[in-house]
Write a protein that binds this ligand. Structure first.
Ligand code: FES
Length: 106
């Protein structure tokens, strides 16, 4: 089953920026990114040490963790820079008007 949840307003998310969003109902947070006008969403915590990725650096489509500098591709979740090896969970997004939604699967 897929649940469509509101994440944030598209107009409030600047290009090459990210924002952490608390998702009602699943007791979790996601990070939403905008790169070249496209919107991506991932889990909020690095898979290496459970650190909040919102404090990291977004360069192109790579988010670099603030603690050890490991990187993930926000499009695919693939770990692209050590010490990260475990992929980051990603979520499909839908933009409707000014609203960004995430599609969460059970
Ligand atoms: Fe993120 Fe180590 S905690 S790279």
């Amino acid at each position: 089953m897929v649940e469509k949840v509101f994440l944030c307003r598209n107009s409030e998310l600047k290009e090459s920026a990210m924002r952490q969003v608390a998702v009602a109902g699943i007791d979790a947070s996601l990070v939403v990114y905008k790169v070249k006008g496209k919107v991506y969403a991932t889990d909020a915590l690095c898979t290496h040490g459970k650190v909040a990725l919102r404090e990291g650096d977004l360069e192109g489509t790579t988010i670099y963790c603030p603690l050890h500098g490991g990187g993930f591709d926000v499009c695919t979740g693939k770990a692209v820079s050590p010490p990260c090896t475990v992929p980051l969970k990603t979520y499909s997004t839908v933009v409707e008007g000014d609203d960004i939604f995430g599609l969460l699967e059970d």
